[in-house]
Design a protein around this ligand. Structure first.
Ligand code: TRP
Ligand code: ZN
Ligand code: CA
Length: 437
């Protein structure tokens, strides 16, 4: 007698009676039954092995992996061989810059909806002065290991997955610009998102998330929030890496960054550890950017965050992006003077505002303790976001507050109200943004 057993049938029929008739184990729940498959934990040991291999490549080729040098071509060949062995379809795209041939490597994971492509990328070139292990072996190795994890898991997401390693980023985003410029507009339109990873293992790390597409940004922030790790918005130069050409082409972008040559503040050292008053990466663009120039914890967390985002954003079950209302006009704040406001008009949202209204505040100021910051609802109700505090000596208010605004009607004019209550330091409202989930 033969019969097939389903988990549900088993549960209904009574496990004791059927157990004797079964010869094999109870089938595990499939991904469909379990909902969205969770991303695997990315092995930081594997990521570090890729970094050791990139270091060996640099060492064997004059100490760098720069555009036009043998160490760059060897880096491309190294990454490509791993992807080919794992079942990716790889393409090497050539371009010419400064009289030398440059290369981009693009790897497609077979399957998924060809009209919805999620892409992740990292620049693979170094500067000529060093091996470029944090900048940007780190991003390159992390997305390589994530791609290999996709293969090991046999992951078949709703969307099509693509990975890219860019050449000549250090000479002005040359490879990624070339890729985007040569992508037919029909192919560009299929890109639902581009995730960029450039420097994610800085030795004195910060945890920075790009403030671009809200859905991508939230995916990363939620991941770190789940680990209890505070994040900040990336501010060390928007447009300074390979997401810029994608963003300029209208493609939603996001990414992670642990800091380059900016200095870690004492507030940042308090929340993240490390050394205040020192650069996030003292070996940035130097010969000492070796395998010793990596913070393993930062590399580990960011690698896991990358896998989480790639799994979540490709699964097809991502909720639709929130509605965003933003005012980017600058409003100067009079010193020790009257309150000023920046407003947005919300329309097309039914019913009340949510209990988790996200209020993006970007105020540039030389002493933020001077400021009282309120959100004012359309009916005039006031929600204090930040009180006056003479001891709060940091600059700027650049953060996202979550406000329970569920007793307010959503549609109408919302205001960010800012008053400077102490003489001397001054500033302005840079932007005000409401996101309805
Ligand atoms: N892209 C720069 C480099 O490779 C590093 C960098 C500076 C950066 N600021 C950034 C990367 C902001 C991402 C985001 O040298
Ligand atoms: Zn660099
Ligand atoms: Ca002041």
């Amino acid at each position: 007698m033969t019969f097939s057993v389903h988990r549900h049938a088993l549960a209904l029929a009574g496990a004791v009676a059927l157990a004797a008739a079964l010869t094999g184990p109870v089938p595990a729940a499939t991904a469909e039954e379990a909902g969205t498959a969770a991303a695997p934990d990315i092995s930081v040991a594997n990521v570090k092995q890729h970094l050791a291999d990139l270091q060996s490549i640099a060492t064997a080729n004059g100490g760098n992996r720069a555009h036009g040098r043998a160490g760059y071509r060897a880096s491309i060949d190294f990454v490509k061989a791993k992807l080919d062995a794992a079942g990716f379809t790889t393409t090497v795209q050539q371009f010419t810059y400064n009289g030398a041939t440059g290369y981009n490597l693009v790897a497609d994971w077979p399957g998924g909806d060809p009209n919805q492509v999620l892409m992740a990328g990292s620049h693979l070139d170094s500067v000529t002065s060093g091996p470029g292990i944090n900048d940007n072996g780190s991003g390159s190795a992390a997305i390589l290991e994530t791609a290999l994890a996709v293969s090991r898991a046999g992951y078949q997401p709703t969307k099509h997955l693509r990975f890219g390693w860019w050449g000549a980023e250090e000479l002005g985003l040359v490879g990624s610009k070339y890729y985007v410029n040569n992508l037919p507009s029909t192919e560009r339109a299929k890109l639902t998102g581009y995730l960029n990873f450039d420097m994610i293992g800085s030795p004195n790390p910060g945890y920075f998330v790009y403030d671009d597409d809200p859905t991508i940004e939230k995916t990363f922030k939620d991941y770190f929030a789940g680990l209890g790790i505070p994040t900040e918005i990336e501010t060390e130069g928007d447009g300074r890496s390979d997401h810029a050409p994608f963003k300029n082409a209208g493609i939603p972008v996001g990414g992670l960054f642990t800091g380059a040559d900016y200095t870690k503040t004492s507030a940042q050292a308090q929340k993240w550890g490390g050394t205040a008053g020192q650069a996030f990466d003292r070996c940035y663009h130097s010969s000492c950017d070796t395998t010793a120039n990596i913070n393993d914890t930062a590399l580990d967390r960011n690698s896991d965050a990358i896998a989480h985002a790639i799994w979540t954003l490709s699964s097809g079950t991502t909720p639709p992006p929130g509605k965003v209302f933003e005012n980017t006009a600058d409003v100067s704040i009079p010193d020790n003077g009257a309150a000023v406001t920046s407003s947005v008009t919300v329309s097309g949202v039914t019913g009340n505002a949510p209990s988790n209204l996200s209020v993006g505040v970007d105020i540039v100021h030389t002493y933020r303790g001077d400021l009282v910051v309120d959100l004012v609802a359309p009916d005039g109700s006031v929600y204090n976001l930040k009180p006056y505090s003479s001891s709060d000596s940091a600059d700027d208010v650049r953060t996202t507050y979550t406000v329970n605004a569920s007793s307010e009607v959503a549609n109408g004019t919302w205001r960010l109200r800012v008053q400077d209550r102490a003489a001397y330091d001054t500033g302005y409202i840079n932007s005000f943004k409401l996101t309805f989930p």
